[in-house]
Design a protein around this ligand. Structure first.
Ligand code: BTN
Length: 331
């Protein structure tokens, strides 16, 4: 899809919906024929656009487009100064990849990258991550740590806590964490976290922290092979704006990285335990060479999952397994 025309068209629809074909053409600076073509292209990208006889086109649900200035305006002045840059892309391969491609400053300097659309969004364990255009938040934050990579072992769990804190600002109830760091509501995934590290094994190293939050997946949800939910389902008409939500995520993640740099995962253990949806559940690890199953016993000080197994306690590292309940449903 030709990004600029589609982008201008969506902006015009966001500003006024319904909008007639000729008005859209004028606002987006394209021909009437191009309007039809770009509407189809936007639909292919997952934007639900209805055509109404005599009235033109309208968005099936309002979309607030991401805007770097609006995000920055929601941050505290202190935090705003710490962000060397907040990039918002119309389309990019992956926000994590974008931040991994450029160099990090010192540990006080943060960088953020967001995108309306990722063409090669990445999930954990080599999977892809897909969200419809404007239907989610794809956000990455980069930060340098002076310590070793090993010291960041529980960071992804701490970031899970930070994401729940950001959502709590919008009074979203019943949000929990499924080890290692899926953000879930009633066993359905609402957000995922992917942390990628570069630098020296013994430090300093750089963490790129990627968050994918489902806002309104619509028909795109049909392609997802695990139970999922989105904010539109959970929040209904009280749906928060995307820019304030992005700012809250950045603020909570930045704060969590500061606390983590000083105190490690120990500072998050109690909050994680309160949010842990697997504690006390019958669990089975997937992808391990031998069968590992038992009752979830929370996580240890390094963020490893503890299981009460038939022959005593087992501890499982993050990053190598999925967790399902023994009856086959996803916890
Ligand atoms: C998971 O598999 O649960 C992790 C998903 C992480 C997706 C986010 S979207 C923003 C950032 N950019 C990526 O390519 N991936 C992460």
């Amino acid at each position: 899809m030709s990004g600029d025309a589609a982008q201008r068209l969506l902006r015009a629809l966001c500003a006024q919906s319904p909008c007639s074909g000729s008005e859209l053409a004028a606002r987006a600076g394209v021909t009437r024929a191009a309007v039809w073509k770009q509407i189809e292209a936007l639909r292919t990208e997952g934007v639900a656009i209805e055509a109404q006889a005599g009235r033109g086109y309208r968005l099936a649900a309002p979309i607030e487009l991401l805007d770097a200035r609006a995000i920055a305006a929601h941050l505290s002045p202190v935090l705003r100064r710490r962000f060397g840059g907040i990039e918002v892309h119309w389309r990019i391969d992956s926000t994590n990849s974008a931040l991994l491609r450029t160099a990090a400053g010192d540990e006080r300097v943060l960088a953020a990258c967001l995108a309306e659309r990722q063409t090669h969004g990445r999930g954990r364990r080599g999977r892809g991550w897909h969200m419809p255009l404007g239907g989610g938040i794809a956000l990455s934050l980069r930060r340098r740590f002076d310590g070793s990579m090993a010291a960041l072992a529980g960071l992804s769990l701490a970031i899970g806590v930070a994401v729940v804190r950001a959502l709590a600002k919008h009074e979203l109830a019943g949000v929990g964490l499924k080890w290692p760091n899926d953000v879930v509501v009633d066993g359905r995934k609402l957000a995922g976290i992917l942390i990628e590290l570069t630098g020296e094994a013994h430090g300093p190293c750089v963490a790129v922290i990627g968050i994918g939050l489902n806002l309104r997946l619509g028909v795109a949800g049909q392609a997802i092979d695990q139970p999922w939910t989105d904010l539109a389902t959970l929040a209904g008409t009280a749906m928060p704006g995307r820019n304030v939500l992005a700012a809250d995520l950045l603020a909570e993640i930045a704060a969590a990285t500061d606390v983590f740099a000083l105190h490690g995962f120990a500072a998050f253990v109690d909050d994680y335990a309160r949010l842990d949806v697997l504690a006390g559940r019958s669990l089975r690890m997937l992808g391990t060479p031998t069968l590992v199953q038992g009752i979830g016993r929370g996580v240890d000080a390094q963020g490893r999952l503890r299981l009460a197994c038939a022959h005593g306690e087992c501890v499982v590292d993050s990053g190598e397994v999925s967790v399902r309940t023994i009856d086959g449903t996803v916890a």
